[in-house]
Design a protein around this ligand. Sequence first.
Ligand code: ATP
Ligand code: MG
Length: 206
Amino acid sequence: MSDNNSDSKKDAKHKVAMAKQKASVDASIDAADTERGIAILLTGDGKGKTSSAFGMVMRALGYGHKVGVVQFIKGEQLSGEEIYLREHCPQVDFYQMGTGFTWDTQDRSGDIAAAIKTWAVAKPMLQNASYNLVVLDELTYMIAYNYLPEEEIVHAIRERPPGQSVVVTGRGGGTALQTVMDTVSEVKEIKHAFKAGIMARKGVDY
Ligand code: ATP
Ligand code: MG
């Protein structure tokens, strides 16, 4: 009996809380009156930036949108998303830096040349209104290392076609970049499997 009583009290409390939340969400939805592409920065030291960007690629493809993906770092490892896009999504324009840049950089001028070559692929995408979504994966490092001029990147993002969305990933990302982005999310590391000695996992980490 008392259990039932406390359950119905909890139910009533929950109902009030949900109604309050719904009113607040509905008000925000009503207040949003601008329709245009969104610039998103996914940064921070935790896992989930690149995989979130590819989640948005999948969403866009679901609606038949045109997608461009440019990756500014050559990983040691081929990634599942690269394999999948190349094999199953010929409609996605996919470009990877490919040469030069690795974490153990020995050749700064070679890396800069590779960054400039890669930016020369990305920049025209940001000027081409036929792309609904452009992903610039790990671009922040190019700014952090001063391999590419931040002003030029910020300008290209700001001046992109109004209907185009852009996702930039990578740790860091300067103030100027953050200012031009509409949404900035920081993925914070609470734990990472790697630090417990668990090896990077195919299909999960790459
Ligand atoms: P993901 O590609 O899994 O979404 P990410 O883009 O957020 O990760 P990056 O900094 O680009 O992370 O690192 C890429 C690789 O490094 C991934 O294999 C990821 O699991 C791993 N990684 C991400 N965060 C950490 C961390 N805090 N410590 C160790 N390895 C990490
Ligand atoms: Mg990443």
